[in-house]
Design a protein around this ligand. Structure first.
Ligand code: PEP
Length: 249
């Protein structure tokens, strides 16, 4: 039985004042004891967030693949770990698009994060053009093939299926499309890491809100949600946590 995970991604949003939202989110997370809750925040907010809400899993949105060195402006897995992060995202579609990161980069970052004891939420997902061209399955399979470390195990590794065209757009795939892609993703994982694939959580991400969370999270193949916009405030994020507790708790 895989526990549901509801993970927030604040992207380049937030401030010290905005951390107050995490207090109510942490309280809701404690009440929803059968569900795991995590929030990835900008690098500058990791340490104050971890200090403010020690019961909540705070993470980074990215790490550099190297341990240290001449990489101006970058932050290593060891650094975010020291700041209080327990996990990191890797391969988010905004990094793939804006920073031209490849699946190989996502793999290297995931491996570096694991080496530092961080958990990893690795993102994959097709563009709208790829879906319209009938290539969504092959794109996601190829991303998984190139980005999932071959030592991935459920205790540190989570996959997030996030169709790029659904991120921040208010559009979502149908429940059948989500279930179908999750099945394809798990089958692909199985070819790579064997039986461990059955324990790996596969999240859905892309315009999840309090209004659609219960339906999406009720899909048997959906082990949780990666949430961007609706994770920024407690009034929007807590209903998603409660929906996960309702279907998985
Ligand atoms: C995301 O940033 O991973 C995401 C899913 O964003 P949103 O929920 O805003 O679509």
């Amino acid at each position: 039985m895989r526990r549901k995970l509801v993970a927030g991604n604040w992207k380049m949003n937030g401030s010290l004042r905005a951390l107050e939202e995490l207090v109510a989110i942490a309280a809701a997370a404690e009440a929803a004891s059968a569900v795991d809750v995590a929030v990835a925040v900008p690098f500058t907010l990791i340490a104050p967030a971890a200090a403010l809400v020690p019961t909540l899993s705070i993470g980074a949105e990215d790490v550099h693949e190297a341990e240290a060195g001449a990489h101006t402006g970058c932050v290593s897995a060891a650094m975010v770990r020291e700041a209080g992060a327990r996990f990191t995202l890797s391969g988010h579609s905004e990094r793939r698009a804006d920073q031209h990161e490849t699946s190989h980069d996502a793999w290297a970052k995931a491996a570096a994060a694991h080496a530092q004891g961080l958990q990893v939420i690795l993102c994959c997902g097709e563009t709208e053009a790829e879906r319209n061209a009938g290539r969504a399955e092959r794109v996601v399979q190829a991303q998984i093939e190139k980005s999932v470390p071959d030592n991935a195990t459920p205790d540190w590794f989570t996959l997030a299926y996030e169709p790029r065209w659904a991120i921040g757009t208010g559009r979502t795939p149908t429940l059948d499309e989500i279930a179908s892609m999750h099945a394809i993703a798990r089958a692909k994982l199985r070819t790579m890491i064997g039986d461990a694939a059955d324990g790996v959580r596969i999240l859905y991400g892309g315009s999840v809100t309090g209004a659609n969370a219960a339906d999406i999270l009720a899909c048997e193949s959906v082990d949780g949600a990666l949430v961007g916009g609706a994770s920024l405030t407690a009034d929007k994020f807590v209903p998603i946590i409660e929906a996960a507790a309702g279907v998985g708790g």
